[in-house]
Design a protein around this ligand. Sequence first.
Ligand code: HEC
Ligand code: HEC
Length: 353
Amino acid sequence: MKFRVFKWLSLSLGVALSVSYLNAKTPDDELLKRARELFKPIPEKLDRIPYKEVKLTKELVELGKYLYFEPRLSASHLISCNSCHNVMLGGTDNVETSIGHGWQKGPRNAPTVFNAVYHTAQFWDGRAKDLMEQAKGPIQASVEMNNTPERVIATLKSIPKYVEMFKKAFPKEKDPITFDNVAKAIEAFEATLLTPNSRFDKFLKGDTKALNREEKEGLKLFIEKGCASCHSGITLGGHMYAPFGLAQKPSPDLAAGDRGRYEVTKSPADDYVFKVPSLRNIELTYPYFHSGKVWNLEDAIAVMGTLQYGIKLSDDEIKKIASFLKTLTGERPRIEVPQLPPSTDKTPKPITK
Ligand code: HEC
Ligand code: HEC
């Protein structure tokens, strides 16, 4: 009798134990659950622009690609979008602040174009509402491509291949070579510049082995220290504004006299407020911050700890967060470079002064 009770007890205990073992969440499962509440993977491909009803037809994207690489959109015929947002690098130029027309140095660091289609606004201060509006800026900016819409249209109309490509990309329009359509085509091409399948994305999709132990600890710190309260969503940023220096103002050198969104809204509440940058491919997009003053990722993480939270992260914490951030490097888009058509006698000549 005693023996039977013991047997029954041990049997039921065994069943209970194994059931609870099966239900138990491993630390990895817990971390995955928390991560999925905050972040989303980058999709492999888009067939339309997420924020508007524009289908990404082959003809439109192809035209956008030509224009993205087209230096004749600049007055000097030397500078294309790719000069500062180099798709062979991290979709950026890796210099402190960009160099444009006549070797002029612009005021801000160039953010990457990769995955930018997911930002809710463009530029460090969010002054362009989407990629189409954004694309019109640099073509005309005197420190960037220094051109005019009229010269851009005259240039494109003078080259038969472009006349044909615009007709195919905008088949319903009578006079498709317009400045708006230049911007629309570039926007469509940019929507294809996604970097899916980073190791972090594999983790988010359920492969908990895609990150090693140090990287997982970094992810945990990134969440627990509050980084994810600003750097969250599909691009770990790009969807909200925040002060640069929530707890402490940046040094004048780091801020570079840039008041951020204040210049757009003139509201004192927006002083030194910037769009929270995406951290996707952050390993490739140095130097960091709007001023481009910080070259090392670990230094940038330390700056964030001090300025946003007034805390000093330990070297070990910084190292782990940096390891995690490097798992955000995705597969860069494979692009066949376009063979641009030659100019004709009617093409406006370059202005190099
Ligand atoms: C001379 C260098 C230069 C050229 C040429 C240039 N850009 Fe930029 N780009 C920048 C800089 C610098 C910024 C940030 C400016 C700011 O925030 O005020 C920027 C911002 C952007 C952004 C915003 C990204 C974000 O996260 O906010 C996009 C998108 C972009 N550029 C696309 C383009 C396209 C498309 C072209 C070609 C039509 C182009 N750029 C030409 C330097 C350049
Ligand atoms: C209050 C919101 C907020 C919090 C919290 C925050 N950040 Fe940031 N982060 C920003 C803003 C805004 C910028 C851009 C600042 C600038 O250049 O003007 C930025 C910039 C960065 C950059 C540089 C990105 C680039 O492309 O130049 C890194 C790296 C970064 N943050 C990592 C972190 C880490 C790690 C934490 C946690 C320790 C963190 N951030 C916490 C808002 C935040």
